[in-house]
Design a protein around this ligand. Structure first.
Ligand SMILES: NC(=O)c1ccc[n+]([C@@H]2O[C@H](COP(=O)([O-])OP(=O)(O)OC[C@H]3O[C@@H](n4cnc5c(N)ncnc54)[C@H](O)[C@@H]3O)[C@@H](O)[C@H]2O)c1
Length: 534
């Protein structure tokens, strides 16, 4: 621990590595009134970055988003350095150089001989351990992670990461500075993927697994996740945007860093597509094709129109039963309210975390007439519905069910049998991983939800999403998935299982930690990252 406080205000910042990330960090720092020094080993790069900032400020001024004086003041505050020796007066140096441990360690070692004892050294690494970078320094307590997202000025969240030997004051100073720059800081322990890249494993890996099982096409999975579950992008649109040359190695790296954790298992689908160059939007072809930069989406076939003669609805889930009954009544199709289905009735089940086959067998129903409707999100007033069949379901049963649930004009996606449809498996996986991040005390529940909404653009954070859909429902889905598939990928996090059973919010820390007057003492925000909560 250094005797010199690092909590004092940061006024001069050095940025090393002036590529995509370094430029963005320089931009928000200069606009927040800091003095900014730029250095890059490529002699032309620092100058190019300053020109880029001049250009960006001019564009912002032209759009009326920045006044002329502020633009000129900000640009005047940015200077290129010929050598690192010009960083001697920096209160903070942020590195955004090549993603290599040796290079980052060597840089920080050199900076230590130049800057004052109170200067904080921060790394923008997305995949390396902050503790490992700091271990190369004489004073590792001055090192912390400062993980911005691309493009920095638009992605308004930054992860502040404490390494094992980080002085909490270094992170506190970075938190304060993030706010001055108009960003929302979240604080994380030094664990692979920190918060955002850890929480982001659920959507992509489960989406890929569903596609790999032949349940639905890429475009159908995306449609369901967007229109039924309310996400801005489906997993394959997202993968096309980030491109597989970036996201496939990240999937592999996080999986291996957590020692082959089944929740993060990558997919052979992306490995093959990466090898074939179908990496995404920037290559003109990924999961979608792009013509003149425009995503090509195959049209959906119109819904069939022939309705079933009558419909029998499972009462296993009373709320879902009532919702389906509303739809059937609205469609003007007779209900079969018998204890068992009549011989000509279409049979509708509404399982949670089960496939249509298991649901049919559980209730001793005729699988040839069984269809399953996904009722995790409200089916009445929905923007899309998902229907699935058992392998024995007849074409007539499938098509009349499709017609039935599309009579009000809502598009219906028909998928093959899947343990938990599309939304149930993907959403439960997202919530479960978010819960496990909380369980591991990598960040506070509030910071987990903030990081995910701002960093991944999800409509809600994983914990709030679990609460909104019902923690008990999510737990049921996962337990059923685990029971049917026997895959530890779906084992519920203790954080979820305990809170669901106790009827607590998933955003709630242990009451004993939050009740007491000195609760901040046990808060992951302010406690030493490796200290157990007592
Ligand atoms: N691009 C992203 O989406 C993103 C997001 C978050 C974090 N990051 C991380 O930010 C860092 C930079 O990424 P980027 O996308 O801006 O890279 P980039 O390739 O655009 O820029 C890196 C710059 O660093 C310079 N450089 C390399 N080694 C150097 C050294 N030893 N000293 C000084 N300058 C050096 C290069 O000349 C280049 O200008 C990496 O650690 C990366 O993992 C990137």
């Amino acid at each position: 621990m250094t005797p010199i406080s690092r909590s004092s205000r940061i006024e001069t910042i050095g940025v090393v590595g002036t590529g995509a990330m370094g430029r963005g960090i320089a931009q928000i720092a200069a606009l927040a009134g800091l003095k900014v020094r730029l250095f890059d080993t490529n002699p032309a790069a620092a100058g190019a970055a300053r020109d880029y900032l001049a250009d960006t400020f001019a564009k912002l001024t032209a759009k009326g988003k920045l006044d002329d004086i502020a633009a000129r003041t900000a640009l005047a505050a940015v200077s290129g350095a010929q050598t690192l020796a010009e960083f001697a007066d920096c209160d903070l140096v942020v590195e955004a150089i090549v993603e290599k441990l040796d290079a980052k360690r060597a840089l920080f070692r050199e900076l230590e001989t130049i800057v004052s004892g109170r200067c904080v050294l921060a790394s923008n690494t997305s995949s390396l351990s902050i503790t490992a970078i700091a271990a190369g320094c004489t004073d590792p307590s001055r090192v912390a992670g400062y993980h911005f997202f691309n493009p920095v000025p638009l992605m308004k969240v930054v992860e502040v990461i404490d390494g094992l030997r980080s002085d909490p004051a270094a992170g506190d100073a970075l938190i304060d500075l993030a706010r001055r720059m108009g960003h929302t800081p979240v604080r994380a322990k030094d664990m692979p993927g920190f918060i955002v890249n850890h929480a982001g494993r659920g959507m992509n890996t489960e989406g890929l697994r569903i596609a790999d099982e032949g349940v639905a096409s890429f475009v159908d999975i995306d449609r369901v996740m967007r229109e039924q579950a309310g996400f801005r992008l489906g997993p394959f649109e997202l993968l096309d945007l980030t491109a597989l040359d970036v996201s496939h190695p990240v999937m592999e790296s996080i999986y291996h860093q957590f020692y082959e954790e089944p929740r993060f298992t990558p997919s052979p689908i992306t490995a093959t597509r990466l090898a074939g160059g179908l990496i995404g939007r920037k290559a003109g072809e990924g999961f979608y094709r792009y013509v003149d930069g425009k995503q090509q989406v195959p049209p959906e076939a119109p819904a069939p129109t022939a309705l079933p003669p009558r419909v029998w609805i499972s009462k296993r889930h009373p709320q879902a039963h009532d919702a389906v009954q509303t739809l059937v009544t609205q469609a003007g199709v007779p209900l079969d309210t018998g204890a068992t289905p009549a011989a000509d009735a279409l049979i509708v089940v509404t399982p949670f975390g089960l496939d249509a086959t298991t649901a049919a067998l559980d209730e001793r129903l005729d699988a040839t007439r069984v269809v399953a409707l996904d009722a995790l999100f409200p089916v009445v007033g929905a923007q899309r519905r998902t229907l699935m069949t058992t392998p024995a379901t007849t074409r007539t049963a499938r098509d009349t069910a499709h017609a039935l649930f599309a009579t009000d004009g809502v598009p219906v996606t028909v998928i093959r049998d899947s343990t938990g449809f599309v939304t149930q498996r993907v959403v439960a996986t997202i919530v479960n991983i978010g819960c496990d991040i909380a369980q591991r005390q990598i960040a506070t529940p509030q910071d987990i939800d903030l990081a995910v909404t701002l960093g991944l653009g999800y409509p809600r954070g994983p914990l709030a999403l679990g609460d909104a859909l019902g923690a008990q429902t999510i737990l049921t889905i996962l337990r059923n998935l685990y029971a049917v598939l026997g895959d530890p990928r779906y084992r519920p996090s203790p954080w979820l299982a305990r809170r669901a059973q106790l009827g607590l919010s998933l955003t709630q820390c242990d009451a004993a930690d939050t009740d007491s007057a000195d609760d901040a003492h046990h808060h992951p925000h302010t406690s030493h990252p490796e200290e157990p909560s007592l």
